[in-house]
Design a protein around this ligand. Structure first.
Ligand SMILES: [Zn+2]
Length: 285
């Protein structure tokens, strides 16, 4: 598939310096349910994640990976209900995790994935979150508490009443998911700070099951913290003015020295106008 089947439109730009060159791009629908756009979206996000994680402000951070399921009641309603449940739950969970992180805002990338369990199937979400340092610290603290308790017991002291309130950080997050009315946290890993490893945790889910993904339009399948950002749209602020157009015509070849299809990385020539076809790309009409 060479371009998006849902958008039969191209955009063209000429150069302000008066050179006789024209660039064109295929407009795409960008929906995750589109067989062309889903892999294109995935590629864009993968490139962005890797690039962003390697930049200075992110390179030292330590990350935790977690998979969270929707509340079992939402599975009885519809797949959309599981999405709503997760979205709402994540808003609440974020604030709890901020407290967990010593009151400091943290960064995250979240991706929704569909599964076929249950009557209707539903969504779950995978996240990486830059709370690795807080997680490691709490894990150490918890180990120390257990150690102290063991020593105390050996010395014949009674167990402390407060011990029940002490939690391993993984347990803490599991309980927090539940308290935010979601399902259970299903999987959790400390992934450290090696950029390629951190990125791989997200990119493997981003490319999974693209062909069969039914995803509601106007909903973001992938979302990241504001500071992490998202892939930018094509830059149009470079003195070039992009205009919609229905096609490139054979007569355009006479008016321009160079016509370039940026989507296909292809210089348009006479060969693109076989007998009887006077527009490019011929699939457009
Ligand atoms: Zn599309």
């Amino acid at each position: 598939m060479l371009f998006c089947p849902n958008m039969k439109l191209i955009m063209v730009a000429q150069f302000a310096d008066g050179s006789k060159r024209m660039d064109m791009v295929h407009v795409r629908c960008k929906q995750w349910s589109c067989p062309y756009c889903a892999p294109a979206n995935a590629r864009t996000w993968k490139d962005y994640i890797l690039k962003r994680l390697s930049r200075e402000d992110f390179s030292g951070k330590s990350w935790v990976f977690v998979t969270i399921t929707a509340h079992e009641d939402s599975h009885k309603i519809s797949p959309q209900a599981t999405l709503r449940n997760l979205q709402r739950g994540w808003g609440k969970l974020y604030h709890r995790l901020k407290t967990f992180n010593g009151g400091k805002a943290f960064d995250y990338i979240r991706v929704f994935e569909k599964h076929e369990n249950g009557k209707y199937g539903g969504y779950h979400m995978h996240l990486i979150m830059s709370i690795g340092d807080a997680f490691a610290l709490k894990k150490d603290e918890f180990a120390q508490v257990l150690e102290r308790e063991k020593t105390a017991r050996k010395q014949g002291k009674r167990p402390r009443k407060r011990l029940k309130r002490e939690k391993h950080p993984a347990r803490w997050i599991k309980d927090a998911c539940r308290a935010c009315r979601m399902g259970y946290e299903a999987d959790m890993k400390q992934i450290g700070s090696v950029t390629t490893k951190v990125a791989s945790y997200m990119t493997k889910y981003i490319s999974k099951q693209l062909e069969i993904l039914e995803f509601p339009p106007r909903m973001r399948r992938i979302q990241a913290s504001v500071r992490f950002g998202s892939p930018k749209r094509r830059k149009t602020g470079n003195a070039r003015h992009w205009m919609p157009r229905s096609a490139i015509y054979k007569t355009d070849l006479e008016d321009y020295d160079l016509i370039f299809d940026m989507t296909r990385k292809h210089v348009i020539s006479e060969d693109d106008f076989p007998d009887g076809v006077l527009w490019y790309p011929k699939e457009l009409k």
